[in-house]
Design a protein around this ligand. Structure first.
Ligand SMILES: O=P(O)(O)OC[C@H]1O[C@H](OP(=O)(O)OP(=O)(O)O)[C@H](O)[C@@H]1O
Ligand SMILES: O=c1[nH]c(=O)c2nc[nH]c2[nH]1
Ligand SMILES: [Mg+2]
Length: 174
C-alpha cells in the first residue's frame, strides 16, 4: 500500500473563509482607521504579492505616495516551503526609515504561522506591521490587524478565487 499523500496547508486548515472584493476593501478601510491614529508614515512597504492590494488601499487612504516592496515567496499555492527573499527593501526606503524602519508601515494581507512577518520584522525592527487578517500563531508579530480567524481556517482572497456553482446543502454541500 502506498503512503497517503501529504495534505496541503489549505486541506489541513479544514474551514474556509472566503473574502469578496467588497469585504476586503471594507476591511482595508477599517485597518486604515486604526493606522491613522498611529502614523504618520513616511512610506508603505508591501510584502508581495498578497500585501500589494491592501498596501494600495491603505496608502491611498493615508495619503502616502511612497510605496516599496519586499518580495517573499513561501507558499507554493498551499504548501509552505522555505522562505525566499526575491527582492529586499530598497535603499531609498531604508534611508527613510533611518535604517531601523522607524516611521515605515509594513503591510501584508495576513499572518498565518508568522514566518514571513518575522523575517520582515527582522529587516525593519522599528517599523509598524499591519495585516488585514491574523491567525493566532502569527498574531503576536502584528501591531495592527482587523479580523482574527482560527488557525484551522484557510482564507480565500478575491484575487485567488472566482464565482462558481455550489450544490444545495441537502445534496451534500459542506
Ligand atoms: O505567516 P506565514 O505562515 O508566513 O504566511 C503568511 C504569508 O503567506 C502568504 O504569502 P505567500 O508566501 O503565499 O505568497 P504571495 O503573497 O505571493 O501569495 C501571505 O500573503 C503572507 O505573506
Ligand atoms: O490565500 C491564503 N490563505 C491563507 O489562509 C494563507 N495562509 C498562508 N498563506 C495563505 N494564503
Ligand atoms: Mg504573501
Amino acid at each position: 500500500m502506498g503512503e497517503a499523500p501529504e495534505l496541503s496547508a489549505q486541506e489541513r486548515a479544514g474551514k474556509a473563509f472566503p473574502v469578496s472584493w467588497d469585504q476586503f476593501h471594507r476591511d482595508c478601510r477599517a485597518l486604515t482607521w486604526r493606522l491613522n491614529e498611529v502614523g504618520p508614515f513616511h512610506a508603505v512597504i508591501a510584502i508581495t504579492r498578497g500585501g500589494l492590494v491592501p498596501a494600495a488601499i491603505v496608502a491611498r487612504e493615508l495619503g502616502v505616495r511612497i510605496i516599496d516592496t519586499v518580495c517573499i515567496a513561501s507558499y507554493d499555492h498551499t504548501k509552505q516551503g522555505d522562505l525566499q527573499v526575491l527582492k529586499g527593501i530598497s535603499e531609498a526606503a531604508m534611508k527613510l526609515g533611518g535604517g531601523t524602519g522607524k516611521g515605515l508601515l509594513i503591510v501584508d494581507d495576513l499572518v498565518d504561522t508568522g514566518k514571513t512577518g518575522k523575517l520582515v520584522r527582522e529587516m525593519l525592527p522599528e517599523a509598524h506591521f499591519a495585516t488585514v487578517y491574523a491567525k493566532p500563531k502569527g498574531r503576536p508579530l502584528v501591531d495592527t490587524f482587523i479580523t482574527e480567524v482560527s488557525q484551522d481556517t484557510w482564507i480565500f482572497f478575491p484575487w485567488d478565487t472566482a464565482l462558481s456553482f455550489q450544490p444545495p446543502l441537502r445534496d451534500g454541500a459542506a
